[in-house]
Design a protein around this ligand. Structure first.
Ligand code: CMC
Length: 439
């Protein structure tokens, strides 16, 4: 019975039969704490001479993790056993960051200490500012994020020994603390305003808003409603198990690359419109629709197999039900607009009607396409004055904790090794190279 180290103690097996040879092989079936079982195919090639083929890794578990669980059919998301809806009501982003790095939510003292550490790490090395000057004014802030975060290892070489748990912790704290500063600086640079230093008397979300919107010429007061909404957006985006950017961070990290470089790789993966770039794309799409009368036209375009257009903010690889984060954000969206006294937001009206129409449409029903987290986040962010180009940066700031906590979990996992998928080769078979004058 083939086993890999992950399958020690397995007592259930699944038998595969190769009908061409009649050979049968048992593979260990592993139960998770909840959710579908997986079978361990680590010994498949050795036993059968075959690889698996799974483009997009739709059925492939690449690691064991204790951090986040998603039941896509039921629309459930839990972090370390706590439902996301409960965390959004009873907890906050700093507590979730603590919990993703540790095993459970902090008590008051643990939270106080953690917040103090994060606050004290929020400034960046002065020299890092010079990096921004290398970018064109008006550069997309995500382009700047990819470059600047990638450069961090050059500034903090004292915390890149991946085998030292203390250094890993310091790096995690540094990344969580500095990302809002780096993100706000990317924005300030792109609009030609001076950088604003972090302030230790403000909480995480307030500080980010302050660095984004304050100017040296006048006082800026953070609106508590906006700060609360910001914190909730951070919390809802903190981690989402093995999504494309997190898998990218794990894959880059599996080579032994330092954590700053690995997280920079994650930022690049997040930028795409199928992933974190969707929140920006949703708002652009709603603006392009412009008027509720045009919704049917866009729904038809999304359904047309000959048209590449998709409804941004709809559909998810794992959720085949309403994304629970979208539900929380839908509520928050109305709360924020009420609190800010915005009685009428045309883009929200379009979004609500678009959602209604899509949820009743057979195409979306059959394919189980529901609103995802990005559908409502953009409207909240717009209402609180966040520029559209910063939407994905916000996602990156929030997801940094997920990336670095998952990276840390991978480094500590004795079973993990270099990530190196195989392929189904369909190119030319061996042939001679003909000298150029005879080709
Ligand atoms: N609009 C119209 N049709 C869609 C959509 C959509 N938004 N999403 C999926 N489909 C169709 C797709 O054309 C395909 O049809 P068919 O079976 O006829 O070829 C079917 O549904 C299955 O789609 P898929 O692309 O095979 O599914 P996937 O799991 O690879 O894609 C997705 C997931 C998120 C990339 C996709 O739903 C999508 O492109 N959505 C729009 C972008 C978006 O909102 N992304 C944010 C995801 S949530 C936040 C995050 O992860 O960062």
């Amino acid at each position: 019975m083939p086993k890999s180290p992950a399958s020690d103690g397995a007592n259930e097996y699944i038998t595969l039969t190769d009908h061409s040879t009649g050979k049968t092989v048992d593979f260990p079936l592993l139960p998770g704490a909840t959710g579908p079982k997986v079978f361990d195919i680590g010994a498949l090639y050795k036993e059968t001479g075959y690889f698996t083929y799974d483009p997009g890794y739709t059925c492939t578990g690449a690691c064991e993790s204790k951090m986040t669980f998603i039941d896509g059919e039921q629309g459930i998301l839990m972090h370390r056993g706590y439902l996301i809806e409960d965390l959004a009501k009873q907890s906050d982003y700093m507590e979730l960051c603590y919990m993703l790095l540790n095993d459970d939510l902090p008590d008051s003292k643990q939270k106080q200490d953690f917040v103090r550490i994060i606050t004290e790490h929020s400034m960046v090395h002065e020299q890092l500012k010079k990096f921004y000057d290398g970018f064109r004014r008006g550069a997309h802030p995500m382009a700047i994020m990819c470059g600047v975060v990638g450069a961090l290892s050059a500034f903090y070489p004292d915390s890149i020994d991946i085998l030292d748990p203390k250094q890993r912790t310091v790096t995690a704290h540094r990344l969580v603390a500095k990302m809002p500063t780096i993100g706000a600086m990317a924005y300030k640079y792109s609009i030609g305003q001076p950088f604003i230093y972090p302030r230790n008397d403000l909480n995480y979300a307030e500080n980010f808003l302050h660095m984004m919107f304050a100017v040296p010429a006048e006082e800026y007061k953070v609106n508590p409603v906006i700060a609360k909404a910001m914190d909730r957006i951070f919390l809802l985006h903190a981690d989402h198990e093995q999504n494309a950017s997190t898998s990218t961070v794990r894959l880059a990290g599996s080579t032994g690359a330092n954590p700053f470089a690995s997280v920079a790789a994650g930022i690049a993966a997040l930028w795409g419109p199928a992933h974190g770039g969707a929140n920006e794309a949703v708002l652009n799409m709603l603006a392009e629709i412009g008027n509720a009368d045009r919704i049917p036209e866009y729904v038809e375009k999304a359904k047309d197999p000959n048209d590449e257009f998709r409804l941004f903010g709809f559909g998810h690889r794992v959720y085949k039900n309403y994304d629970p984060r979208a539900k929380v954000l839908q509520e928050s969206c109305h709360e924020v607009l009420d609190a800010l006294g915005i009685e009428h937001e045309p883009l929200l009206d379009i979004a609500v009607q678009l959602e209604e129409m899509a949820l009743k449409d057979d195409y979306f029903i059959e394919k189980k396409l529901f609103p995802n987290v990005d559908f409502y986040s953009g409207i909240i962010l717009k209402a609180i004055g966040m520029p559209t180009t910063m939407f994905t940066v916000l996602f990156a700031i929030a997801r940094t904790i997920g990336w670095i906590a998952q990276w840390n979990e991978m480094i500590e996992d004795p079973v993990q090794k270099l990530g190196r998928p195989r392929q189904l080769y369909t190119g030319a078979t061996e042939r001679p190279v003909i000298p150029i004058h005879k080709r």
